[in-house]
Write a protein that binds this ligand. Structure first.
Ligand code: NAP
Length: 277
């Protein structure tokens, strides 16, 4: 049976095995998908060993996404520009790295949230791996403007410089209220995962706009509570999680599975965001 894995630390919370097993059942494919918890110092060796023993594909999550790109022999444009990869696949020339986060987010925004990105004004909070993984795709989808705001201002400025797009700009956190309102506010920081507070003004989201947290589960609760207090529509990153996994599944198996049934299965076990969506 072909073997797949998700590498991370910690990785016990990862929904990737459940998602890929559900996709495989739907498509009538037999596969094995496991979690592998590995420390940064051991990641490269463990990953190389997995593929040397015939591993068919790997998802990669924190903190190994930059190391995954470094390990690869060839990378798709999305992984190269983001500087991080979340999918590794053995190919004839070695290991191929992909980044499917941006495609997953845009698909969730379009298909599940029914949000048109064309001509919209968006705020991206954060400039880490996840923010870099989605920024280009958001611009490619036709945004009129993308403002990047990050706790460490230099990282936001660096991301905007790499985007090389006149629609993108960076601003300090203190300028948020003045720059509002936005049609779309994307929360891509790790504050929720780390259990740290995030200070956001209330008028960030325009009437009819959407607040979107890339996190899900309890990590998304503070941002979703802020959105509820501000009286704006909001959702967590569960849809993006399922869509980015479907992109990886398509790379590995040549077929894109139906995501709605798998999203519904996961949502049933994560009612926090559902009650606010
Ligand atoms: P990362 O590379 O470690 O970046 C962390 C980012 O969060 C940086 O911009 C950092 O700012 C910022 N940050 C950390 N603590 C903060 C705080 N207390 N206040 C304000 N900003 C803070 O992590 P990542 O890979 O970008 O992941 C970010 C989130 O996205 C995680 O919750 C992850 O689970 C989620 N994610 C979801 C999906 C999905 O499929 N739904 C996919 C990828 C990631 P500094 O530069 O100042 O340190």
């Amino acid at each position: 049976m072909p073997r797949y894995v998700v590498f991370g630390q910690p990785v016990g919370h990862s929904r990737s095995p459940a998602i890929h097993r559900a996709f495989a059942a739907q498509c009538g494919l037999a596969l094995r998908y496991d979690r592998c918890e590995v420390a940064p110092a051991a990641f490269a060796e463990v990953a190389r060993d997995f593929f040397a023993r015939g591993g068919a594909g790997a998802n990669v999550t924190l903190p190994h996404k930059a190391a995954a790109l470094a390990l690869a022999d060839v990378a798709d444009p999305a992984a190269r520009r983001a500087g991080v990869a979340n999918v590794l696949t053995p190919v004839a020339g070695g290991l191929h790295a992909h980044n499917t986060d941006g495609a997953g987010l845009v698909r969730d925004l379009h298909e599940r949230q029914r949000l048109t990105l064309e001509g919209r004004r968006a705020l991206l909070l954060g400039a880490g791996g996840a923010a870099r993984g989605v920024a280009w795709n958001l611009l490619d989808a036709g945004l009129a403007e993308l403002l990047v705001v990050n706790r460490t201002e230099r990282a936001a400025a660096e991301l905007v410089a790499r985007l090389e797009d006149p629609r993108a700009a960076a601003a300090p956190w203190s300028a948020l209220a003045e720059a509002a309102p936005f049609d779309l506010v994307i929360h891509a920081t790790a504050a929720g995962v780390l259990g740290q507070p995030l200070a956001l003004p209330s008028g960030l989201v325009a009437a009819g706009g959407l607040a979107y947290d890339l996190s899900y589960g309890s990590a998304a609760a503070p941002f979703l509570a802020w959105a509820a207090r501000a009286g704006v529509a909001a959702c967590d990153g569960l849809g993006m999680l399922v869509e980015q996994a479907a992109e990886a599944f398509a790379i590995w198996h040549g077929v894109r599975p139906a995501t709605d049934p798998v999203y519904a299965m996961l949502r049933a076990s994560m009612p926090v965001a559902a009650s606010l969506a």
